[in-house]
Structures are given as structure tokens and as C-alpha cells.
Unconditional design. Structure first.
Length: 373
């Protein structure tokens, strides 16, 4: 079988990986020289802890298994089974963590409520003031800016993979066939459009009523911390954002403990992961209303700096990078992904939202299974 994958981000690359692993020939087409979207502008978290139960959790757990397996084959991914800690302060935040630990699926997630002293044994860099922490053993991390590069190097080694950058696919010319802006037609047994947040052009023509929206976020990265951050770190605002934490205790937190005004205005939470070079990736905000701003705002960065410094008990290293990114999310946020046949032999796979990096291996596996690869 010959598979054409359109899109060089993590979802597209994982579809290429699945096809090659199953013995097929793959041509992957990317409109930029390299992927430039949400696949690079994220935390690199394999984030199991906050996922809703049912299909979303099952997908995340399966993806976590696949990431570890692929990471063993491709060491350049920088796969690290580091887990996560969410420090809590006060009775209301602690009650949400306790409710999470009481979930029927808590063991599958690796949830455990630990004391502040136990949290510091797990992650000695957390020297700040907090009372306890929610530990999630199943969370992990990879390096988002280089993951696709290393995956493609491994794919090329099989001899059945071709990467074509700098080409935008413009037209479906027949069953399993597309034409790019160089005038070349690429024919296969299946075409997968994994174009991320690029929902205009050909995607709009093929799926004009797509139930997917675009979301913008702001993030930053520091100079090396100078010590190891042994886990990823979240704050209690993540309880308000992620569906796994829904409970009467969360309702009480929302009703009785207001977010900081900046965090509320920008729909914020803290997520933080250390990169292999020692720097910290820190975020994020959520903007849903179009048209998106074209600039980044300083107030969210100042808020995040204060939260991080309170947990670390030390000043944050110098900020080296600030950026905004846009990802595609199903308008029904309970759906993991939107998968649709849009033409004969052509499927569109988009809309995983902030779950794209986490769930991409399992999303691609499901596509491959459903298409009979």
C-alpha cells in the first residue's frame, strides 16, 4: 500500500510512522520547510493526568504506551517518564486533589496525594510554599521542537519513506490522489490530511461545515534552571481547566476561591516542563474569540513567573523565548479528534486540541486500524 500524508506535524508524522511500521510506502508532504505549528509550540507533555475518563483517557493511556515504545526505538525523542506534580494550598484545592485520588480510574492514571515533604523528595527543586501535591506517575515528556526531525530520520532509514517539504497540497484530483502547488500529482491507496490548525484552502473546500475551532495560546521558555526539575509541574488552576478534575469539590473551589484576575481573564493555568538543555517551558493562556490578537501580552507572563517562583522558592532564570501558537480543537470538546472521509480515498484527521502531542500515536493507530492498513 502507498499512503500520502499531508502535514508534517506530530499527528501527520505519527500517521506516517504507523503506515511504515505496517509495511507500507509513505510520502509525507509539508507546506513549510519544517512543521511550524502547534506540534512545536507546546510543552512536549504526554499528559495523562487531566484527561476525561472513557475514550479520552483510554486514548491517552494507549498513546503513553506507544510513546514509550517509540522512544526506545528513537532515543532522539527524549522520552522521559517523569510524572507530574500539582502543588496545592488550602482546604479547597486539597479537596479537589483528594476527589481526584478517589476516582475509580485513579490507579490507571497513577494518582497519589503526597505531602509537601514527599513532593520535595520526588522533585527537590520545589522549595516553595505549598501544603501537599497531586502526583501523577503516568505523565511523561518528549522534546517537541525536535521530535518530528528524529522521527523522520528513523522513517527514512526504512527505505519506504519520502518527505517533501515546501509543497502545499491544493487539489484532490481523483481517488487517493492530490496535486501540490508545484503541479505534481501524488497518488496512493489512501491520503490522510493532517493539517493541524490550517483549516482554510483545500480543507474548507472539502469540509465546509467542519466542527472544529482554532485556539490561540501564549507560552515562554527560560534559560537553563541550573538544577534538575525531575517532574513536570502544574498549579491548581489546571483543576479548573482539565475535565478529569470535575467533582463537587471543584464546584466548591470555583464558587468560593476566585482565580487571580489575570488568570481568569486569559483562561490560564500553569504547566511547566524542563527541556533537555535545562530550560523551562512554561504556559499557558487560551484565546477562543476570532480574530486572534497579533501580539503577545505581558500580564500573563508576569503572572506565570510569580506562580513558578512561589513553587520553586527562587527567581526564575532569564526568559529567552516567548511565543504564541494556534491549535485546532473539536467544538465538542469531549471528542478526542475529528476523523472524516472527505473524498474518495481521502481522510481528514484534525481537532485534537491540546491533546495532539499526548494522543497522536494512538490517534494514528486508530486511523490505521479503521482504514485497514
Amino acid at each position: 500500500m502507498r499512503v500520502i500524508v499531508v502535514g508534517g506535524g506530530v499527528v501527520g508524522t505519527m500517521h506516517a510512522w504507523q503506515a511504515v511500521q505496517r509495511g507500507h510506502e509513505v510520502v509525507q508532504i509539508e507546506r513549510e520547510a519544517e512543521a511550524r505549528g502547534a506540534s512545536l509550540r507546546n510543552f512536549g507533555q504526554i499528559w495523562v493526568s487531566g484527561r476525561a475518563g472513557g475514550e479520552e483517557l483510554d486514548t491517552a493511556l494507549r498513546a503513553r504506551e506507544l510513546w514509550e515504545r517509540i522512544g526506545a526505538e528513537v532515543p532522539g525523542l527524549g522520552f522521559r517518564a517523569i510524572g507530574s506534580l500539582t502543588p496545592v494550598r488550602g482546604a479547597r484545592e486539597r479537596a479537589v486533589a483528594e476527589a481526584a485520588v478517589a476516582r475509580p480510574d485513579a490507579a490507571a492514571r497513577g494518582y497519589r496525594l503526597v505531602t509537601a515533604a514527599e513532593a520535595r523528595e520526588i522533585n527537590p527543586a520545589l522549595r516553595g510554599d505549598f501544603e501537599a501535591a497531586l502526583w501523577c506517575e503516568r505523565d511523561a515528556a518528549v522534546e517537541p521542537r525536535t521530535a518530528q526531525l528524529h522521527l523522520r530520520d528513523a522513517l527514512r532509514a526504512c527505505g519506504r519513506y519520502t518527505f517533501l517539504p515546501g509543497r502545499e497540497v491544493r487539489e484532490v484530483t481523483g481517488p487517493g490522489a492530490v496535486r501540490d502547488d508545484h503541479g505534481d500529482v501524488h497518488r496512493g491507496d489512501a491520503v490522510v490530511l493532517a493539517t493541524g490548525a490550517w483549516l482554510s484552502g483545500l480543507v474548507r473546500e472539502l469540509a465546509p461545515d467542519l466542527p472544529v475551532r482554532r485556539v490561540r495560546l501564549q507560552m515562554m521558555q527560560t534559560a537553563p534552571l541550573g538544577e534538575r526539575l525531575t517532574t513536570s509541574v502544574a498549579d491548581a488552576d489546571s483543576f479548573r481547566y482539565y475535565p478529569a478534575y470535575a467533582s463537587p469539590a471543584l464546584d466548591a473551589l470555583n464558587a468560593e476561591q476566585e482565580q487571580a484576575p489575570v488568570a481568569a481573564a486569559h483562561k490560564m493555568q500553569l504547566l511547566m516542563v524542563q527541556r533537555l538543555d535545562g530550560g523551562l517551558t512554561i504556559g499557558d493562556t487560551h484565546e477562543y474569540e476570532h480574530p486572534f490578537a497579533f501580539d503577545t501580552l505581558e500580564d500573563p507572563y508576569e503572572h506565570l513567573t510569580g506562580v513558578v517562583e512561589a513553587f520553586l522558592g527562587r527567581p526564575l532564570p532569564k526568559i529567552r523565548h516567548r511565543w504564541a501558537g494556534v491549535y485546532a480543537q473539536c467544538t465538542d470538546t469531549s471528542r478526542v479528534v475529528h476523523r472524516q472521509q472527505v473524498a474518495d480515498g481521502v481522510w481528514l484527521v484534525t481537532g485534537p486540541g491540546g491533546r495532539g502531542m499526548t494522543c497522536s500515536p494512538a490517534i494514528a493507530e486508530t486511523t490505521a486500524n479503521e482504514l485497514g492498513w
